[in-house]
Design a protein around this ligand. Structure first.
Ligand code: NAD
Ligand code: ZN
Length: 360
């Protein structure tokens, strides 16, 4: 038995308003006046000087607004890297991702692809990255994915949706400022928050569970219940708790694995482009037989916050399309094995998956 030796984010700052310290954190990391900082910022902040006015652009620093309408793609990472190389005289001093899981994952992938040859699709998988990326900083503006702590950046490529999992993927610095999440719309708050809740359920009920994952999973689950289920928390407290739930949920899965909901929702997003948070909710709503307790609580939270999930998203699909989703889903073997054990293939047949997808 060989145990994983995985890296953690070495520096993190937590606190309301800590975003104001960004410039002072970055200053000593500047390699030269020709090696700029590249800020990748969710374009939801384009007309919001409240956030961007606090970013001090010096020398050749660039702020690039990126849309998170779609799931991040390998082609998008390659195009951003191309753009950055053309814009800059020297390899950048750092890449700073500001936004949700989409922007955080893009920043991680861009940082890696600035120092590794070829295309980002070549690195989808486990431990394929050869060189350390450029210094990269993650600043979440919505809580739930755990992308701020994880060792992966999930990308949709030409052939698959799969992460670049490597020791060079985690951020060098994270800034957790819950104030940045204050304007997240309620439905999106719920979808991304439920990603964290589902991480906990999948980790805590999985066969890969161990004391390390359980301790983080228990903590994150408790925080999710406080935020989504119990009485009304004061706004600031609720935002801070969800931010820490996301962190701990992410920590829980680095040393275990996700499960059935993620295996199925990757199929949805590969074929239909369904975004991760809402896709997980659509799938999880149908998974009583796998996660009876977890789904019961999920339905309570959904009702409490008046969330209406889209229905019938697979209603008009043809056989070939179901097959594509089923292939993607079945290829995620560690997720199934974590959820159901070594003999998962006995119960998870193509017919079974088709039946589940047809309910969504
Ligand atoms: P997201 O980044 O796609 O953003 C969702 C929406 O929220 C967008 O419309 C965005 O503009 C908006 N938004 C973000 N911050 C806001 C704010 N402060 N105010 C108002 N609107 C705001 O959503 P997400 O759920 O955080 O991330 C999903 C992505 O994360 C997926 O691509 C998924 O694959 C990835 N993911 C990665 C990991 C990992 O470990 N790397 C884990 C889970 C999910
Ligand atoms: Zn997830």
């Amino acid at each position: 038995m060989s145990y994983k030796n995985f890296p953690m984010v070495p520096r993190v700052i937590f606190g309301r308003g800590s975003f104001n310290q960004l410039n002072e954190i970055l200053a000593p990391k500047r390699l030269s006046i020709n090696a700029p900082f590249i800020y990748l910022v969710d374009d939801v902040f384009k007309n919001n000087s409240w956030l961007t006015s606090r970013i001090q652009l010096s020398y050749d620093d660039k702020l690039i607004f990126v849309s998170s309408k779609e799931e991040p793609k390998t082609s998008q990472v390659d195009a951003l890297v191309e753009e950055i190389i053309l814009l800059t005289k020297e390899r950048p001093s750092g890449v700073i991702g500001i936004g949700g899981g989409t922007l955080l994952d893009l920043a991680k992938a861009v940082s890696i692809m600035l120092t590794n040859n070829g295309e980002s699709k070549d690195y989808q998988g486990w431990d394929l990255v050869k060189n350390e990326g450029v210094y990269h900083v993650g600043i979440p503006t919505i809580s739930g994915t755990g992308a701020e702590v994880s060792r992966t950046t999930v990308l949709t490529g030409p052939d698959r949706k799969l992460g670049i999992n490597s020791d060079f993927t985690p951020f060098d610095q994270v800034i957790l400022d819950s104030e940045l999440t204050k304007d997240v719309p309620t439905d999106q708050w719920f979808y991304t928050g439920m990603d964290c809740y589902i991480h906990c359920v999948e980790s805590l009920t999985g066969t890969y569970l161990n004391a390390f994952s359980q301790s983080y999973g228990d903590m994150a689950l408790e925080l999710c219940k406080e935020v989504f289920l119990n009485g009304e928390l004061p706004e600031v407290e609720s935002q801070e708790k969800l931010m820490m739930a996301s962190w701990h949920g992410g920590m829980s899965i680095v040393y275990s694995q996700v499960g059935v909901a993620h295996a199925l929702s990757y199929g949805l997003s590969y074929l239909l482009g369904t975004k991760h948070g809402i896709g997980n909710c659509i799938v999880f709503d149908q998974l009583e037989e796998f996660y009876p307790e977890g789904v019961k609580l999920f339905k309570e939270m959904k009702a409490k916050h008046n969330i209406e999930l889209p229905k019938g998203i697979c209603a008009d699909l043809i056989d070939e399309q179901f097959d594509i989703m089923i292939d993607i889903s079945l290829s995620l073997e560690p997720l199934w094995e974590n959820a159901l054990g070594k003999n998962w293939e006995k119960t998870i047949t193509r017919e079974k998956l088709r039946e589940l997808y047809q309910k969504m």
